[in-house]
Design a protein around this ligand. Structure first.
Ligand code: ADP
Ligand code: MG
Length: 739
């Protein structure tokens, strides 16, 4: 055992079984153990005399005393081991009972002094402690060096098979051994400026705080540090990008005017502002890195089309090429269609490439081509704008002059995509990433901090507000009647069901997360009271707590709406199959589309006016908002029905927020407040530690860390004078890379 990188295999007292368990939580080294932080603390810091304990019945207290008696019993009937002891401290005595901890018999004997913490209760004429925490001490009155009692005691995150007691014991010995050796990773000027605890002291206080204030001070330090590392990382990325060269695509104002004049509508002010910012970026010799954020239906595609057109026509010497990436084939085809349509009067060739299909739109006509000839046309520059999935950036695909990459709905993905694309290229393409997922400011400034943001924060004027309603079980029938009426008028209906998941696996996953299984039973048994619907429907609802797509499809098509045309759509279907269905739905050949969340992004079906969401409480607000954005794309009044059976008030509050607000940013912020930063898009993939997560709710902290990172990098972009920081950053990047 020599340094922080020592593997846990070499740490004394960690046997093979524990090594395995620890590795499950990603703990591999001494350092990992020291940085495994408590989730909360128990306050056992006040040690009282046994005499006083009598006045504290029902409270958790801490006492010290000598073991006057101890014996082990077996209650055969219950097959349980019981250890009973009597402790006295000169002021009185207390009885102690431990159930099912037979090993205690070996570690404690009469006359030992111990410190105990637990709930004090009345027992016949005396008082007793039931299964208290305890540790041996040398003498009554000793309160130095306590670990499990007589102090503020750390409680570690729920980890199966590894108790907090065990972790305290191991971590404390490692702190004694290593705390002094831990190199300070924060620059001294930052420690000084913010009066942070030095790292070794902070580690001690985080695990074994002297006071809650000290624990908070330690937390503040690590929260800052984690966010600071993220900021350094993205800002360095940004600086690196600014040293690269890109195509300078001059803005052709006349061309842009012609484009907007030909549109059947006027651009909103936000669209104009964003388009202008993007076109200005494209003129610069350094690569653009922009995130275009706008609610579903706010009209991002038109803005992207302007950027694409200008790039195709005005990047020297022959016009630049554009790669337009979308996550699914459905979206790729939709974008191909809308881009071709928007640019049909401008003599640009638009290509489509998916796993199987290759098409080219040129002079008002679409040609099917072989993949080979498509690739040839990319290479010789015949195709100006190529729309595709990942297949567009596979190895072996060469562009003649790739000047702009547009990425739709892939969040963080965009930057990585560009890295793929630029391998071996001298000139780096500009990047425009688009998302309908509103990102709260703290998150935007952190994990998207290397991107410049522009927002489309208004909807086209012709839109009617979507009416959102929480439908109580008793109103279900009424909702169905309404749907029938809409269908008669030729409207399309979406029905979204939560994931296909059996009840058994659901229970298991809840247990795995340390949750309470009882609550699931409550949800299941309180399922819809569907009066007036056939009896077998009721039984199927009771068995499954999740309304799986297939069942819902069967139910709707056979029992509820036997006369309507209903189809289902889910992620396990082939892309071609899904596409046919979406097309039929858009054309009006399907009345009701029952689907999993696969329709979440981008799909445009103007005739759809009702979005029905089953088990709405199971989705995040941002996601529900996305679903809702699938309707309301025409001049007709649209509706969003949220079905829920959850009596949980928190869920109710969330769904109410959706009824009250149609602003994606407000909803994302609510998600952040109600469900915490972990519920937001992007964070999971980003390996953000718990401390940074907590920090993400605090805009001041985020801004401070960003400022600090900027200042450091301004003076020393390569972190030459901060070797420790550089090392931490390297480790951090590696972690993101692997996650
Ligand atoms: P999203 O931002 O969700 O990608 P789209 O770009 O698909 O939105 O636009 C949604 C619909 O709104 C499209 O049919 C588009 O033609 C239309 N649209 C875009 N901008 C405007 C506008 N300024 N006025 C009216 N309709 C618009
Ligand atoms: Mg879109």
């Amino acid at each position: 055992m020599t340094d922080l990188q020592t593997k846990i295999e070499y740490v004394p007292k960690i046997g093979a079984v524990y090594q395995k368990r620890l590795k499950k939580f990603g703990i591999k080294t001494v350092q990992d153990l020291l940085f495994h932080f408590p989730a909360r603390y128990d306050d056992f810091s006040e040690i009282i005399t046994i005499k006083h304990a009598r006045q504290r019945l029902g409270e958790v207290i801490c006492i010290q005393g000598r073991i006057a008696e101890i014996e082990s019993k077996n209650t055969f009937r219950k097959r349980m081991s019981v250890i009973e002891a009597v402790i006295e401290d000169g002021t009185g005595e207390v009885k102690v009972i431990w159930f099912n901890q037979p090993y205690i018999e070996k570690s404690l004997k009469e006359d030992d002094c111990i410190c105990l913490a637990g709930k004090i209760s009345l027992f016949k004429e005396g008082i007793y402690l039931n299964s208290p925490s305890f540790e041996k001490i040398n003498d009554i009155g000793e309160n130095e060096n306590l670990t499990h009692t007589g102090r503020i005691v750390p409680v570690y995150p729920e980890t199966r098979g590894v108790t907090s007691k065990w972790l305290r014991y191991i971590i404390k010995s490692l702190l004694y051994r290593f705390a002094e050796q831990i190199p300070e990773s924060l620059p001294p000027e930052i420690i000084k400026k913010y009066k942070f605890l030095p790292i070794n002291e902070a580690l001690w206080q985080l695990h074994f705080p002297n006071s809650f204030e000290a624990a908070d001070a330690a937390k503040a330090r690590f929260s800052f540090e984690e966010l600071f590392l993220i900021q350094l990382n993205v800002l360095r990325q940004k600086i690196k990008m600014q040293q690269k060269r890109s195509y300078e695509c001059k803005m052709n104002a006349e061309l842009m005017k012609k484009f907007t004049d030909l549109l059947p509508f006027k651009l909103t002010d936000s669209q104009k502002k964003c388009a202008y910012a993007i076109l200005k970026d494209l003129e610069k010799p350094v690569p653009m890195s922009r995130l275009l954020e706008g609610d579903v239906g706010s009209g991002k595609t038109v803005v992207a089309a302007m950027a694409a057109l200008n790039t195709a026509k005005n990047c020297p010497p022959f016009g630049g090429q554009v790669a337009f990436l979308a996550p699914t084939e459905i979206l790729v085809k939709q974008h191909f269609k809308s881009i071709s349509n928007l640019l049909k009067d401008f003599d640009v060739s638009v290509g489509l490439l998916t796993g199987k299909d290759a098409r080219i739109f040129r002079k008002d006509e679409v040609f099917e081509v072989s993949k080979k000839s498509f690739l040839g046309d990319l290479e010789n520059g015949e195709i100006s704008i190529a729309v595709g999935t990942h297949s567009l950036i596979q190895k072996g695909i060469t562009f003649k002059a790739l000047a702009l990459v547009i990425v739709d709905e892939q969040h963080r993905f965009g930057v990585g995509q560009r890295d793929e694309l630029i391998k071996g290229q001298k000139i780096i393409p500009h990047l425009l990433s688009m998302t309908a997922t509103p990102i709260p400011r703290t998150l935007a400034l952190t994990i998207y901090g290397d991107l410049d943001l522009c927002l489309i924060d208004e909807m086209p004027k012709n839109r009617k507000k979507i009416k959102t309603v929480i439908v109580e079980p008793a109103q279900r029938k009424e909702a169905y009647k309404f749907i029938e009426k809409e269908v008669k008028e030729g409207k399309g209906i979406f029905v979204i069901c939560p994931k296909i998941e059996s009840r058994a696996s659901k229970l298991q996953s809840i247990k795995d997360k340390g949750g309470v299984v009882g609550s699931v039973n409550a949800v299941a048994s309180s399922d819809f009271t569907v009066q007036n619907y056939p009896i077998n429907t009721l039984s199927s609802l009771a068995v499954n707590d999740v309304k799986a797509v297939k069942e819902e499809y069967e139910r709707l098509s056979k029992e509820i709406f036997p006369d309507l045309r209903i189809t289902m759509l889910h992620g396990k279907m082939k892309a071609a199959e899904k596409e046919v269905i979406m097309r039929d739905f858009a054309k009006g050949e399907i009345d009701i589309l029952v689907s999993t969340s696969v329709v979440e992004v981008g799909v445009d079906v103007p005739r759809a006016t009702v979005m029905m969401i089953e088990g709405a409480e199971r989705f995040g607000l941002s996601q529900l908002h996305q679903f809702r954005g699938r309707v309301g794309r025409s001049e007709f009044q649209s509706y969003c029905f949220l079905f829920t059976t959850s009596p949980d008030q928190l869920n109710r509050r969330r769904l109410k927020a959706l009824v009250e607000s149609d602003n994606g940013f407000v909803l994302a912020q609510k998600d952040l407040e109600i469900r915490g930063p972990g519920s937001l898009y992007g964070t999971q993939q980003w390996g953000i530690g718990d401390m940074a997560m907590q920090g993400l709710s605090n805009i001041f902290l985020v801004e401070k860390t960003r400022q600090a990172a900027k200042e450091i990098l301004e003076n020393d972009p390569d972190l030459k004078t901060y070797p420790q920081l550089k090392e931490r950053l390297r480790a951090f990047q590696q972690k993101i890379h692997f996650e």
